[in-house]
Ligand binder design. Structure first.
Ligand code: WTA
Length: 579
């Protein structure tokens, strides 16, 4: 192996002794029951509550008055909350929701920007035994409707700014009883007298705690459901992979609309009792450095696209800030390119540690551990207690250095418990006793897992998971669009961008002979998706074509569109309709 592609931890100067010293030994000796006993607080009869573990249990320790959240808004507003304050606020929200008639198992969805109310409501919902769902704040009507309809949400919690997107949907959502607007003066009056005392509901480990929708290749987004017991996986990975110590200041840049923002922005991190920075503004390189510097961030969990954007911000910018408190950097969501790691080493003096996981896995499955040597560009090794392997399509393990499906033996605590109202989809993830992730990869002789790509057409753009079907469905709602095929096109900055191939009606095709018209039509199509589906899911590139490649049964062959786009051989076309 090229020594340049290897980062040794042999002489690495750890500012704090890592929780995990001997990966192999810990992996070999690991036992979920033992770990649960040591790390998680249970009520009688083996019951627990994830929110109690994230917040309330710290009130019995000297963390009671410790700062849990350091929040900064996009206009520079600042608020801080101790663990006790967070506990009381979430109690108030829990009690308020109860007064609205929310009961165990009801779905309550958050459609919120990154504000403290995310924490109050998410934790309050879990405390009363209801199921918290999150919605990314860039979602527009169609994306919201699909998710709220499928989940049968009883309450949605939002802000004045986002409310107008929900209003037109209410007539189509008979199960949605109440929309709570957290910055509305009326609500602020109502919540004032609500008690901040609440008896947290003890839950069975298998009871549902939260859900979020994620995209596959086909069909509408799927509601991935997680249990209260997931907190065990989230806590342990936050401790051993993020290496959270009591004295750390931790910043996870992910939004709560995605799984990272829940597992490591709310549950796992708070459960470890760490002080978290929450910044609600958009990405801006200088601002991000300011946050890292001003809050003296020590652990930073971010994503490859953000790192590449920071790279584009330049080395001189980094030098203007004092980032000397940083001690541990991590990344998730897309392949972490070797250049990003090398650049991190150059400008921050620290390597980014890759972590691999999914909405469905609920916590980190593969990672580079603080004490483990990093093979640059390689994801790392499996987390304790999770048998991870590479299998063929029939679920049979393949030898090392052979490409296959990244797969896990089911049964770790944060494995998705169900796909909401869709048993068939849930079952389709499993093959011959393995959970099949949908990602391709291979394992080397030292047990490191290498990433190859998705096995399906799911797109990762700026680290955000987008299903091509949703975008295609949105495009064909545009008058004059007959058909659309959507792919992820590799992009140096964003990992992938969304590219659409669109078939126009004869009239539009005629008009599209004019260049000006074509330009405007492409913009209009992008805008249409932005306004109707989601702000992040629009096609940055649009091509007009005469016909889409399809199988004889009428399925769009996105693989062929992609190969053509990349100038690669199109492969096996025997199942293709005449093209
Ligand atoms: C991709 C995000 C390469 C992968 C937590 C996976 C990665 C999908 C990595 C899940 C990584 C995640 N290297 N690819 N380290 N981490 N992915 O559900 O394709 O939003 O299946 O969960 O992101 O995305 P999701």
């Amino acid at each position: 192996m090229n020594p340049q592609d290897f980062f040794s931890k042999k002489d690495y100067k750890f500012k704090l002794p890592p929780h995990l010293t001997d990966y192999q030994k810990t992996y070999d000796d690991f036992n979920w029951q033992e770990a649960a006993k040591e790390e998680i607080s249970y009520f009688d009869g083996g019951k627990l509550n994830a929110a109690y573990n994230a917040v309330d249990r710290h009130l019995q320790t000297d963390r009671k008055n410790k700062k849990a959240l350091l929040w900064e808004g996009d206009k520079g507003e600042k608020e801080t909350y101790t663990f006790e304050e967070l506990s009381k606020w979430s109690n108030k929200y829990g009690n308020y929701l109860k007064s609205l008639g929310v009961e165990k198992g009801d779905r309550v969805f958050l459609f919120l920007p990154r504000i403290p109310a995310v924490y109050f409501s998410f934790l309050g919902i879990l405390k009363i035994g209801a199921i918290a769902g999150t919605l990314f704040s860039a979602f527009q009507e169609k994306a919201l409707l699909d998710r709220l309809e499928n989940s049968g949400a009883k309450v949605v919690i939002t802000t004045k700014e986002l409310l107008p997107r929900l209003v037109p949907l209410r007539k189509d959502l008979p199960e949605l009883k109440t929309v709570v607007v957290v910055d509305d003066p009326q609500f602020l009056e109502q919540i004032k007298p609500v008690s901040d005392q609440l008896s947290v509901m003890p839950m069975e480990p298998t009871d549902y705690a939260f859900m979020l929708y994620t995209s596959g290749t086909t069909g509408k987004p799927k509601g991935i459901v997680h249990t209260h017991n997931a907190i065990l996986s989230q806590h342990l990975t936050a401790k051993y992979i993020l290496d959270i110590h009591n004295e750390d200041i931790y910043w996870c840049t992910a939004d709560h609309g995605w799984v990272t923002g829940i597992a490591y922005g709310i549950l796992g991190s708070l459960s470890c009792g760490v002080t978290s920075v929450v910044y609600s503004g958009r990405f801006d390189a200088a601002k991000w450095y300011e946050i890292l510097q001003n809050y003296k961030v020590t652990i930073w969990y971010t994503a490859p696209t953000a790192i590449r954007m920071l790279m584009a911000g330049g080395d001189e910018l980094v030098a203007k800030y004092d980032l000397s408190n940083l001690r541990h950097l991590l990344s998730v969501g897309e392949p972490l390119n070797p250049e990003a790691i090398r650049w991190g080493l150059k400008v921050y003096g620290l390597p980014f540690h890759d972590t691999w996981w999914q909405t469905e896995t609920g916590s980190i499955i593969i990672g580079n551990y603080p004490t483990m040597d990093i093979k640059i560009g390689v994801m790392g090794k499996p987390f304790m207690g999770i048998h991870t392997g590479i299998v063929d399509d029939k679920g049979v393990e393949v030898p090392n250095k052979t490409e296959g499906n990244i797969a896990m033996k089911p049964g770790w605590p944060s494995q998705m418990a169900w796909v909401w109202n869709n048993d068939e989809k849930y079952k389709s993830y499993f093959e011959n006793g393995w959970y099949i992730s949908g990602d391709r990869g291979w394992k080397d002789d030292e047990g490191y897992f290498h990433f190859v790509g998705r096995a399906d057409d799911v797109i990762k753009t700026s680290g955000e998971r987008v299903g091509p079907f949703e975008v295609e469905s949105s495009l064909i709602e545009f008058p004059g669009v007959v058909e659309a095929g959507v792919i992820g096109k590799p992009d140096a900055l964003r990992g992938e961008i969304i590219k659409a191939f669109v078939v126009l009606s004869p009239e539009l095709r005629e008009k599209a002979k004019d260049e000006e018209f074509v330009k405007k039509l492409k913009d209009d199509l992008a805008m249409h998706v932005k306004k109707n589906l989601a702000g992040h899911a629009y096609p940055r590139e649009v091509d007009f074509i005469d016909k889409l490649p399809k199988t004889r049964s009428g399925k769009i062959m996105r693989r062929i569109l992609k190969a053509q786009e990349m100038g690669e051989p199109v492969g096996d076309t025997s199942t293709l309709e005449e093209y």
